[in-house]
Write a protein that binds this ligand. Structure first.
Ligand code: ATP
Length: 252
């Protein structure tokens, strides 16, 4: 749309698994600083859409643009380099490293990719400092030197986000960031996500509607692989089609 600062845009995205249409002509536009939720019943195609955006899957048709550049054919690592990072539903951490070790390695990896790795010692000190800043943003400074496996699960999920932030993303795609976290801790986790730097655009998948309505500025509703509705929380909450999809399938 004219005048809007769209960071990530997908148009006509289509993906089939055999006879199953998992993604059907999907168009999304994520503005700078977005805190958008992607919701939909089980099997709606939410994870598949994230996998298409990040390059884990190739679409059968459609186009994906990051800051106006066509990234549709790029490998996931190249998309990360351009500023598109993600987290996964499942835990992907190294349990024996400490948060500061893990995030510093991720920062060094980013620098290596940018060809700055051989600035050596100064670079390493900067990487450690940057890592402490990232851990601080996520409320993990106090546990920076504890072994990851000893951290409460909510903090491990935040560490996943810290690792994604080490790539300095412009867009962060979070696939159920609170999966496995006790319900009373997930609001705290989402408060931290909401407070991430304002220039990072966030799209998150979340099943808990209380959380979605509290933390999303806009909501994309995916049903049967297609976008049923994209609107503000109030509009989504009162839309009869959305109520039908959820109430009709036993969700609250
Ligand atoms: N690699 C694959 N091969 C075949 N079918 C797949 C594959 N990945 C996903 N599917 C199917 O595509 C559909 C969409 O799956 P997807 O995981 O994207 O949904 P989802 O909305 O993320 O679901 P959930 O909320 O349960 O995580 C499902 O019917 C799933 O079984």
């Amino acid at each position: 749309m004219a005048g809007e600062d769209i960071v990530l845009r997908a148009t006509g995205l289509t993906k089939n698994f055999g006879k199953l249409d998992v993604t059907r002509d999907v168009a999304i536009a994520l503005p700078r600083g977005a805190r958008h939720a992607l919701i939909g019943p089980n099997g709606a195609g939410k994870t598949t859409l994230i996998n298409l955006l990040t390059g884990q899957l190739q679409p059968d048709a459609g186009r994906i643009e990051l800051e106006g550049g066509d990234i549709t054919a790029l490998a996931p690592a190249n998309r990360v380099r351009l500023g598109l990072s993600r987290t996964f539903q499942i835990n992907t951490l190294f349990p024996d490293l400490t948060p500061i070790e893990a995030v510093t390695l991720a920062v060094l990896e980013r620098q290596r990719c940018a060809g700055q790795f051989w600035r050596r010692l100064a670079s390493h000190n900067e990487a450690i400092e940057e890592s402490f800043t990232i851990l601080g943003q996520l409320g993990l400074a106090d546990v920076a030197t504890r072994t990851t496996r000893t951290l409460p699960y909510g903090q491990q999920r935040l560490l996943e986000i810290a690792l994604a932030l080490a790539a300095r993303p412009r867009v962060l795609l979070l696939d159920e960031p609170a999966a496995g976290v006790p319900k009373d801790e997930s609001a705290a986790l989402f408060s931290v996500i909401a407070a991430l730097p304002a220039d990072i655009s966030v799209l998150f998948i979340e099943h808990d509607m209380d959380i979605v309505f509290k933390f999303a500025s806009r909501i994309i509703v995916l049903v049967g692989g297609a976008v049923l509705l994209e609107a503000d929380p109030q509009t989504v909450r009162s839309d009869p089609r959305v109520r039908e999809v959820y109430l009709g399938r036993g969700h609250d």
